[in-house]
Design a protein around this ligand. Sequence first.
Ligand code: GUN
Length: 293
Amino acid sequence: MILIDGKKTASDIRQEIAQQVMTMTENGQRPPCLAAILVGHDGGSETYVANKVKACSECGFTSRLIRYEDDITQDQLLETIAELNKDPEVDGFIVQLPLPPHIDEQTIIEAIDPSKDVDGFHPVNVGRMSIGLPCFISATPAGILDLLERYNIDTKGKNCVILGRSNIVGKPMASLMMQKAYPGNATVTVCHSASQNIKEITRRADIIIAAMGRPASVTADMVKDGAVIIDVGTTRVPDASRKSGFRLSGDVDFENVAPKCSFITPVPGGVGPMTITRLMKNTLQAAQLHLNR
Ligand code: GUN
């Protein structure tokens, strides 16, 4: 069994990005700039955004963190987005999700200029991705492709089962894994909350990508020997032995599943660091796009 080291891979890619930024600045260009909007004080979102800002400095980017309390109105948020859309100093920006219930997430996503949508959530980017055109690919599925590639994992013609159909992970992942490209070119099945006989389906899988957000729910009896397991789950579960009072749990029962696999990602240290790194790659791509206009 090979443990896929997302932390090390992410760090290698961040160094490669930092090198490219050095070349840009040596050529008299400004470094890429990512802005992040954070609404409210959700613990998970606070951590993610702090890690995104930290990753920017590791890559030599500048960053802006724009914070609002959770009573901000949708119109105020739309105004900030309109300003960022036209700010020439900002190459890309993200609005950290989830948003408070009085704000419509889809309206917010569609207000972002697709050329600055480094999360790849805007329907223009989602549509372009699904037909294989150049675009921003959302960070988690793109980070998973990077891992499959860096570990030379064969995907062509393989049975790939994706658990979960979210707009952020399951749906784009399915689209990417079926494209005629490497990584991809797989036979893809998507299972979701209404699927029946999930175990029969996963037992035929060469690659399982678990993204349903249910801790430890992929058990050893669901996995065939030699399968590749990518665990996207990051649920906070109470743990009194930790200072924080919680630990992160993946969607896979790692202890019992790992011995059966050819490759597996741990949680934490697997997909998570890759997601943020891919956001950095997308921001670099946005900066190159804006500079070449
Ligand atoms: N919330 C959970 N994952 C993400 C992400 O990748 N981007 C944003 N903007 N919000 C998230």
